[in-house]
Design a protein around this ligand. Structure first.
Ligand code: ZN
Length: 431
């Protein structure tokens, strides 16, 4: 089933490369193609190997060909400087379809079926995440603010979008929206504006997933919720009392619907207390919007206290039958922080490392390619038997990629399948 998955991204990169208008001036070194720069940089993240391309050059000297050519289909390998210069001309929006094609490839083989919730929806969590900061290196899109010492701090943030499910360890990134300043603009961009742009440019592309958007309290305001509905999507956003005074004041405790579920974890007796009410105004000003409110408290019998409490609003009607799954879905929001932001920063992807900043887009393009490599690893974990077997044979993620690096530096393979097959064989016990 796994055959051709990597090819989905590589084909999409060729299309992105072919669409770029080559504005390199006459006399400029045009020996490298954009598609080669994109696939080369993708390889750095896919193999979690910052100096991969240098090693491939060395391998090529020895064996006349190298894995960047055979596995990643790079025709001519650009140097690190060329890479950043070339990627600086590519636009983040050029990659919008690549994220969707990766997901559609996963869906084609049924890998997304288990991500379905409430019978027919998928959960897409949105969250603001920073990935770059420096007091010296900056580009036209950098956000900036003055530090206490009077220095200017340059940084980059994005609104990440990720397909999640409560009990699924694998999360799959969708196209992000960068929180960045437009060239010459004095006004700093912010997460709220970027979320608005994300909805504007991505809602149609992902409608096939029938998404329920998850987000923290920043998202559960009238403008965002109405925009989500206008775009034909659904929401299940955290809703705090401090920011929704009108809504909280209008809750009549007596009228709340209640459901209680008791469980035994093996160590603790927990009581899940669900309370909900359909049809509350999200704000006092007119026009307003009627939303459905859900509260979950978890009572721990041994500790004699409430150990979890959170509340949400949604456009979906809550009832006795769906309330448990609704709360479980809402709670899957933390996955974007733990399984996405945290893994990308601290478990081998080095999201916050400066691979090359450029003057315009390179910094963001490196992040895009990192996210796409992360997406492909996720898709392969769901579908590619060779990859699953190899990952199983070396449990620790860092050791697995260290093994990959050694092999790809030394030996030549004709295809990805041959390469990953070799890795899993390497670790099979003798006999
Ligand atoms: Zn910048």
């Amino acid at each position: 089933m796994g055959r051709g998955l990597l090819q989905t991204h590589l084909d999409a990169f060729n299309k992105v490369g072919a669409r770029i208008t080559d504005e390199r001036r006459a006399g400029y070194d045009k020996q490298y193609e954009y598609a080669d720069a994109i696939k080369g940089a993708y390889g750095i993240f896919f193999f979690q190997h910052p100096s991969m391309l240098e090693y491939q050059e060395r391998l090529k000297k020895k064996k006349e060909r190298c894995n960047a050519e055979t596995i990643l289909k790079v025709n001519k390998i650009p140097s690190a400087n060329h890479l950043t210069r070339l990627l600086d001309n590519v636009k983040p929006s050029d990659f919008k379809d690549v994220f969707n094609e990766g997901l559609k490839a996963a869906a084609k083989y049924g890998a997304l079926d288990k991500y379905q919730v409430l019978g027919k929806y998928h959960l897409v969590a949105l969250d603001g995440v920073w990935f770059y900061q420096s007091t010296t290196i900056n580009c036209i899109h950098c956000l900036h603010h003055k530090t206490k010492d009077g220095e200017t701090l340059y940084y980059h943030d994005m609104v990440a979008a990720v397909l999640v499910k409560g009990k699924e360890g694998t999360v799959l990134p969708l196209n992000p929206e960068f929180i960045h300043n437009e060239d010459g603009s004095q006004k700093q961009d912010c997460e709220r504006n970027a979320a608005k742009r994300w909805l504007e440019s991505n809602s149609d592309s992902y409608k096939w997933l029938n998404p329920i958007l998850l987000g923290d309290d920043l998202y559960s305001d009238y403008p965002t919720c109405t925009q989500v509905l206008e775009k034909g999507l659904h929401f299940l956003f955290t809703c705090k009392g401090e920011s929704h005074k009108w809504l909280y004041d209008s809750i009549d405790d007596e009228c709340m619907k209640v459901k209680t579920v008791k469980t035994w974890t093996g160590r603790h007796h927990l009581e899940y207390r669900y309370r909900w009410y359909n049809g509350l105004e999200i704000r006092q000003e007119q026009p307003t919007l009627l939303v459905n409110y859900l509260l979950l408290e978890i009572w721990n019998e041994e500790k004699q206290k409430v150990t979890y409490r959170n509340s949400w609003v949604t456009d979906l009607e809550i009832d006795e039958k769906n309330v448990v799954e609704m709360a479980e879905s809402a709670r899957a929001r933390w996955k974007i922080e733990n399984e996405h932001n945290n893994v990308l920063k601290h478990h081998g992807y080095h999201l916050d490392h400066n691979f090359g900043h450029g003057k315009e887009n390179a910094c963001e393009i490196y992040v895009i390619l990192n996210l796409l490599a992360f997406q492909m690893h996720g898709v392969m974990l769901l579908l590619d038997e060779g990859y699953q077997k190899a990952r199983k044979s070396i449990r620790r993620r860092d050791e697995f990629f260290a093994g990959l690096r050694i092999i790809i530096n030394r030996y030549l393979f004709e295809t990805w399948e041959e390469f990953i097959g070799f890795i899993s064989q390497e670790d099979e016990p003798d006999g």
